[in-house]
Design a protein around this ligand. Structure first.
Ligand code: AMP
Length: 188
């Protein structure tokens, strides 16, 4: 299965991604995790990405798309994967479409959560880019850059909206249901 997990910061993408990947044996590819690891390791990529990530801005498309292309290219043929946090804008979506392994995305799971709930959740998390002003900025970046992907994937028939309120278990259950329903449709 090839999936994209889309949603605003704080909607629970990372948590749900880990669960889904464990349950369905998918490779979890989180650009946020990859960038944070590069920053911690002070690699060239990390040093370049640091200022963007700390300020809650998107790292440059060429950096992130190259990172994803490299990871996808190294997967065994036919391996299932889940993209968590990528693509983040229309340019990255076009980059993904141009990658040999980037075609054939079956579902774009869209976690839906309103801004106030997001700020409430994130400001309790303790990550460096989770200060309230940075969170609000990341939400604005999401609305401007990432939200247009929702319409784009909807028009391609790939979007599966999931209510991200409630507990981790409840949300996981909803995701399981939409993916299950889609598989049934595909079989029918
Ligand atoms: P996340 O872990 O997905 O919330 O991402 C944390 C931060 O990493 C974002 O606020 C961006 O600064 C950066 N980042 C993650 N994914 C991307 C991406 N696909 N494109 C650009 N920047 C990204």
């Amino acid at each position: 299965m090839r999936l994209i997990l889309l949603g605003p910061p704080g909607a629970g993408k990372g948590t749900q991604a880990q669960r889904l990947c464990a349950e369905r044996s998918l490779v979890h590819l989180s650009t946020g995790d990859l960038l944070r690891a590069a920053i911690a390791a002070r690699s060239r990529l990390g040093r370049e990405a640091d200022e963007y990530v700390s300020a809650g801005n998107l790292a440059p498309d060429r950096l992130v798309s190259a990172l994803v292309a490299e990871r996808l290219g190294s997967l065994p043929r036919g391996a299932g994967f889940l993209l968590d946090g990528f693509p983040r804008n229309l340019a990255q979506a076009a980059d993904l479409d141009a990658m040999p392994r980037g075609t054939g995305i079956q579902h774009v799971v869209h976690l839906v959560l309103d801004d106030e709930e997001i700020v409430r959740r994130l400001t309790g998390r303790g990550r460096a880019d989770d200060r309230e002003d940075v969170v609000r900025h990341r939400l604005a970046v999401y609305a401007r850059e990432t939200a247009p992907l929702v319409e784009s994937y909807r028009s391609r028939g790939l979007l599966r909206a999931v209510d991200a309120r409630g507990t981790v278990d409840q949300v996981a259950e909803r995701i399981g249901r939409v993916l299950g329903a889609c598989n049934e449709e595909a079989k029918a």
